[in-house]
Design a protein around this ligand. Structure first.
Ligand code: ARG
Length: 392
């Protein structure tokens, strides 16, 4: 009997060719299609997998788990990689890895596979996560092994094996999409000087075509998690979808960067993440109101480390667990409303309020009712500057 292998299947060229390639190698291929909010036609993908030679196709709706167990922890930590990447792709990988392991267990398989190349971060994220969850599973990465050096060679392979692939229009970029954003790379973007044209962007309008009138969003958070939009309670998925839609219209959340991959190369990446950007701005604005200075400063350090850890595929690690405990503890008082103004590509917090606010108007005011005792400042400054006073 053919050995069973569970393949993380996306419906694209690489993974469709992988199905066939694995089958040719004598495996019985079970495809796992993860729904992380990419808005794909799963019926089409399922059919394609079968045509390519899959013995079975499983579609997993992972959206809720993705938001609750991956996106929200990342938001609470204000995770951003290299100042510009809100980690949409990176966050989905450990979840997909977890599901691959679960499916391998229920299907009684000892092998799993993914369609990532040998040059990217995703292979690392998949394999480190799989190993951390079940080190007995063996991973195969067909793209790293096969003798199909170019996209054209893959297309030829697909044609020969009658795998239905959309080859009529040349795919200009490589896309990876989920609820938290879209990653766009390759093609013309490989030239760092090339300005991304509008055909690059998938969910955001050009700034020039975004409304001239601002839009205000009131976002209510509890324990660091957004719960209401403009007074209306929304479930997590609906809230993110709504913010992607509104933010997209206002051209929010685009970024263009030269990014440092784990495998040592720099790459040109373009991202769109309207909801993520809006929520990050709002969350940070609320934290600045309710957290004390030292916690805020320390949390910034943790945030940097946490972002690296997501990027580097170290989700299932003791450090991640420990940092989660810290971050979680800081979120106890992160409750309140932030007023976010969207206009021409920017999302800015213009108002914030909280029952746990540490802001004291009677101390901050320069107007009536000032309770700040300015006479205390003199002694404070004397001691603060004492070590640095120079004798003349
Ligand atoms: N550079 C980003 C990352 O490492 C995006 C990767 C996009 N992946 C893809 N298969 N197109 O997270």
């Amino acid at each position: 009997m053919a050995k069973k292998i569970i393949l993380a299947y996306s419906g694209g060229l690489d993974t469709s060719v992988s199905v066939r390639w694995l089958k040719e190698k004598g495996f019985s291929v079970v495809c796992f299609l993860a729904d992380v909010g990419q808005g794909q036609d799963f019926q089409v993908a399922k059919k394609r997998a079968h045509k390519a030679g899959a013995a079975k196709v499983i579609v997993g709706n992972l959206k809720k788990e993705f938001v609750e167990d991956f996106i929200w922890p990342s938001l609470k930590a204000n995770a951003v990689y290299e100042s510009k990447y809100l980690l949409a792709t990176a966050l989905s990988r450990p979840l997909i890895a977890k599901k691959l392991v679960e499916v391998a267990h229920t299907e009684g398989a000892k092998l799993v596979a993914h369609g990532s190349t040998g040059k990217g971060n995703d292979q690392v994220r998949f394999e480190v996560s799989i190993g951390a969850l079940d080190s007995k599973l063996k991973v195969i990465a067909p793209v790293r092994e096969w003798d199909l050096p170019t996209r054209e060679a893959e297309i030829r392979y697909a044609k020969v094996h009658k795998i239905p692939i959309d080859v009529t229009k040349k795919k200009p970029y490589s896309l990876d999409k989920n609820l938290w954003g879209i990653s766009i790379e390759s093609g013309k973007l490989e030239d760092p000087w090339f300005e991304p044209k509008e055909d690059v962007f998938q969910i955001t309008k050009p700034i020039e075509k975004s409304p001239n009138k601002a839009c205000y969003l009131k976002i209510y958070f509890k324990k660091g998690v957004p719960k209401k939009l403009n007074g209306k309670t929304l479930n997590a998925i609906a809230l993110i979808k709504k913010l992607n839609e509104i933010g997209g219209r206002y051209s929010i959340g685009r970024s263009d960067l030269i990014e440092d991959r784990l495998v040592g190369i720099k790459s040109r990446e373009v991202y769109e993440a309207p909801a993520a950007k809006i929520l990050l701005e709002a969350h940070k604005a609320l934290e600045s109101l309710v957290l004390d200075r030292e916690t805020l400063y320390f949390k910034d350090i943790v945030s940097l480390r946490y972002s690296r850890l997501i990027y580097d595929g170290l989700w299932y690690t003791p450090l991640k667990e420990a940092l989660d405990k810290f971050v979680e503890h800081t979120q106890r008082n992160v409750e309140g409303v932030v007023n976010v103004k969207l206009l021409k590509g920017t999302a800015s917090a213009v108002g914030r309020k909280s029952p746990n606010s540490l802001y004291k108007e009677e101390l901050a005011t320069y107007g009536k009712g000032d309770k700040f005792d300015q006479s205390l400042a003199k002694g404070f400054i004397e001691l603060w500057g004492l070590p640095y006073r120079k004798k003349r």
